[in-house]
Design a protein around this ligand. Structure first.
Ligand SMILES: Cc1cc2nc3c(=O)[nH]c(=O)nc-3n(C[C@H](O)[C@H](O)[C@H](O)COP(=O)(O)O)c2cc1C
Length: 302
C-alpha cells in the first residue's frame, strides 16, 4: 500500500468541496489584484499607448504627430536580428592641439553660414548635391530607421509649380494666419510671401520625415523619433552645404506640405519638414546684420 492510496486519495475525497472553494478564492484574488495594480512605467518611444500608461515616468517620451497603430499584442519582427554582428570601430585619435585647431576651424566655417534670400542662377553640379545629401544621410536616427527622404528638384517647371504653391499659401499666412506679432518680428528680415529664390536657385531641396514604413504584409512599422532624427540630418545637410561653398535658406512653408507632397508624388507616410533653395548667392545679396548669442549665454558647465 502506497502513500497515495493510503492517505492522499482519502484526503482529497473528504475535502474536495473545501479544495474547490480555496481554488476559486485564489482565482478571484488574482483577478482583483491585476485590475487594481497600475501597469509598470514602461515608455516605448513612439508608442502612444505606453505613453498614456506612464504618466509618472521621469523619462517619459513625448508623443510625435505620427499615426501610430502599434499594438503590443501584435509585435512586428525586430528591425535588427538579435545576433547582429559587432565590428571594430575604426578611430583615428587626434592630439589635443589638432583637436583644438580643427574644432576652431570648423566653428569659423559654420559661423560664416547665413540664411541667404537672394540667389544666383549659376548651376551647381548634381555630384555636389548628391554628396551633400549623402552627408545628411549619415545622421543618427531612432533605432537606425533613417526616416527621411530628400527630394532634389532642378526641373524649372517643377520649381515654378513649387513657387506657385508656396507663394499662394504664404500670402494667406502673412495676411491672415500669422498674428501681427509674427509679421512684425519678420519685417527686419525682409521675408515676404514673394519667393523669387524658388525659381532662381538651381536646386530646391525638400526634406520629408517618414512617420512609419510599411512591411510587405501591409503592417506599419513606427519610425521612433522620426522628426528629431530628420531635423538632425537636416543640420548635417546645412553644414555640408556650407562646407561645399554653397548657400541655402532654411524654411518651413506653412500649410504647403500636402500640396507639395502630392506635386512630388511622395507617399502618405512622408510629411514635409523643410524646404531649402540651394545654390550661390546673387552678386548683390545682402543678409540682415544679426548677432549670435555669446558662448556664456548658451553653455552651462556643471
Ligand atoms: C525652422 C526654421 C524656419 C525658418 N523659416 C524661414 C522662412 O520661412 N523664411 C525665411 O526667410 N527664413 C526662415 N528661417 C531662417 C531664419 O530666419 C534664420 O535662420 C535666422 O534669422 C538666423 O539667421 P541665419 O540663418 O543667417 O543665422 C527659418 C529658420 C528655421 C530654423
Amino acid at each position: 500500500m502506497s502513500f497515495t492510496t493510503n492517505y492522499l486519495v482519502p484526503f482529497l475525497a473528504d475535502n474536495a468541496f473545501l479544495l474547490v472553494i480555496t481554488f476559486l478564492v485564489m482565482l478571484l484574488a488574482r483577478h482583483l489584484l491585476r485590475s487594481t495594480t497600475p501597469p509598470p512605467p514602461v515608455a516605448t518611444p513612439g508608442s502612444n499607448k505606453n505613453m498614456r500608461a506612464s504618466k509618472t515616468d521621469t523619462e517619459r517620451v513625448e508623443p510625435e504627430d505620427d499615426d501610430n497603430n502599434e499594438d503590443e499584442e501584435d509585435l512586428l519582427p525586430p528591425i535588427w536580428p538579435d545576433d547582429l554582428k559587432q565590428i571594430p570601430y575604426i578611430h583615428t585619435r587626434l592630439t589635443v592641439e589638432e583637436s583644438e585647431k580643427k574644432s576652431l576651424q570648423f566653428y569659423n566655417q559654420m559661423n560664416a553660414r547665413r540664411s541667404v534670400r537672394f540667389f544666383s542662377s549659376d548651376p551647381v553640379s548634381r555630384t555636389v548635391v548628391e554628396n551633400i545629401i549623402r552627408t545628411a544621410g549619415t545622421g543618427p536616427s531612432g533605432a537606425h530607421t533613417e526616416p527621411w527622404t530628400f527630394v532634389a528638384v532642378c526641373d524649372p517647371d517643377v520649381k515654378l509649380q513649387i513657387r506657385d504653391i508656396v507663394e499662394a499659401e504664404e500670402e494667406i499666412n502673412y495676411t491672415k494666419r500669422m498674428g501681427k506679432q509674427w509679421v512684425a518680428d519678420l519685417k527686419a528680415l525682409k521675408t515676404t510671401w514673394v519667393k523669387e529664390y524658388l525659381t532662381e536657385a538651381p536646386w530646391v531641396l525638400l526634406v520629408f520625415k517618414q512617420a512609419y514604413s510599411t512591411l510587405p504584409d501591409g503592417r506599419k512599422r513606427t519610425h521612433y523619433y522620426h522628426e528629431i532624427s530628420t531635423a538632425l540630418a537636416s543640420g548635417l545637410l546645412l553644414a555640408a552645404i556650407q562646407y561645399a561653398g554653397l548657400v541655402t535658406l532654411t524654411s518651413t512653408p506653412l500649410n504647403c506640405g500636402p500640396a507639395l507632397r502630392s506635386l512630388l508624388d511622395r507617399p502618405q507616410n512622408e510629411k514635409l519638414l523643410l524646404l531649402l533653395p540651394l545654390g550661390y548667392p546673387s552678386a548683390t545679396a545682402t543678409v540682415p546684420s544679426l548677432k549670435r548669442k555669446p558662448l556664456e549665454d548658451i553653455m552651462v558647465v556643471v
